[in-house]
Design a protein around this ligand. Structure first.
Ligand SMILES: *Cc1c(COP(=O)(O)O)cnc(C)c1O
Length: 388
């Protein structure tokens, strides 16, 4: 026998770490239906309300009519259709890079990217809080892999100074950290990388569509030159669809096309998904008011929760974590909120560190003030659970 599955699941249960997906019976929106009941959802990365947007749905439906459902082959065989090419052009213009290359998901983008950037002769220095897909990707590359303390440029410098490597160095971080919601100090990291001749890669999964005046991401937020670093991101969060991309030089794109296993050996994403993502990128650019509403909502909820005595760090992103440490407390609070008609998931290890269990709220531009008031009311009711 491989493992005693039943027994291992029981152990997870006893530690309050067992997970089970809830089945949602409605589209991703500010309210969702679970077990036939309506809940205000603070659990989606659909920051701009595009996952269920009429014009984007229409673009997908029309593309299904024109292009069918499946792409039928991998991108290099016969799976690259006009909508894929169009999306990569649209994304490159949006991200202001020479070129982009799309993948099936954000996860496979990372796994497909890192091993093409660096190999066993190289060194990767990654922020301790990086997403599991980045960690997995770093390991797959076979490069020497070290982590630096979260957002600690001095620690990164110490590691760069200790370097004995003759080979290349890649520094990996996220623009907006997915579980903490804080931003990486990108200008300082970039200066450090340039000084030590390292390449900076940022995962902007939660920054794209949200950060910067035009929603181009954290690189725009900090006023950096996109040509000075490599970016990846996902189409599944603010962009509201599904897929991932790398944004960089045309040479990087061509090199990935020729070497990235997660690009080469998988069927092209559905062409309608590419058409939907193109439509979403148009809306992100044409409707900056969505970002205005998003930041208003975020400021409102952040202030209201802090006034009630919850310590919500000033993350500068729509991700608001409330760290309660113990997984059991996170679960209990989440259940109390659920009873009050508010869905806030309990985030537990291994997604976060051992004493880092938390409630993680994500705000959308489309939450109404009334919905946010219900969330605040839910926290008032759930507070007793946290204080116990
Ligand atoms: C969500 C996420 C991914 C994975 O993207 P998917 O499109 O969901 O596979 C990668 N990196 C970070 C930081 C993320 O938050």
């Amino acid at each position: 026998m491989l493992r005693d599955f039943d027994n291992e699941l029981k152990t997870l249960d006893a530690q309050h770490l067992r997970r089970q997906p809830r089945i949602v019976q409605s589209p991703a929106d500010t309210t969702i239906t679970i077990d036939g009941r309506r809940f205000i959802s603070m659990a989606s990365n659909n920051y701009l309300g595009l996952a269920n947007h009429p014009a984007i749905k229409r673009a997908a439906v029309e593309a299904i009519e024109t292009w069918g459902v499946g792409a039928g082959a991998s991108r290099l065989i016969s799976g690259t259709m006009s909508p894929h090419a169009q999306l990569e052009d649209d994304l490159a213009r949006f991200k202001q890079t020479e070129a982009t290359l799309t993948f099936g998901t954000g996860y496979t983008t990372n796994v497909g990217l890192l091993p093409s950037l660096i190999d066993r002769n190289g060194l990767i220095l990654a922020d301790r809080s990086c997403h599991a897909s980045l960690v997995q990707a770093c390991r797959l590359s076979h490069a020497t892999f070290r982590v630096f303390h979260h957002n600690d440029v001095e620690h990164l410098e110490t590691l760069l100074n200790k370097r004995k490597h003759a080979g290349p160095t890649l520094v990996v971080t996220e623009g907006v950290f997915s579980m903490d919601g804080d931003l990486a100090p990108l200008p300082e990291l970039l200066t450090c990388c340039q000084h030590y001749e390292a390449t900076l890669l940022i995962d902007d999964a939660h920054g794209t569509g949200v950060m910067g005046e035009h929603g181009r991401g954290t690189v725009e937020h900090f006023g950096l030159n996109p040509g000075d670093l490599i970016q990846m991101g996902t189409l599944s969060k603010a962009i509201g669809t599904s897929g991932g991309y790398v944004a960089g030089t045309a040479a990087l794109r061509d090199y990935l096309i020729n070497t990235s296993k997660a690009f080469i050996y998988t069927t092209a994403p559905p062409p309608a998904m590419a058409a939907a993502a193109s439509a979403a990128i148009r809306i992100i650019q044409q409707e900056p008011e969505r970002r205005t509403r998003l930041w208003d909502n975020r400021a409102y909820l952040h202030a209201a929760l802090n006034r009630m005595g919850f310590h919500v760090p000033d993350t500068q992103s729509p991700i608001l974590p409330i760290i309660v440490r113990a997984p059991e407390t996170a679960l209990k609070t989440s259940e109390a909120l659920f009873a009050a008609g508010v869905y806030v998931p309990a985030i537990r290890p291994p997604t976060v560190p051992k004493h880092g269990s938390r409630l993680r709220l994500t705000v959308s531009s489309e939450h109404t003030k009334a919905e946010l008031e219900t969330v605040v009311e839910g926290f008032r009711k759930a507070r007793k659970t946290i204080e116990q």
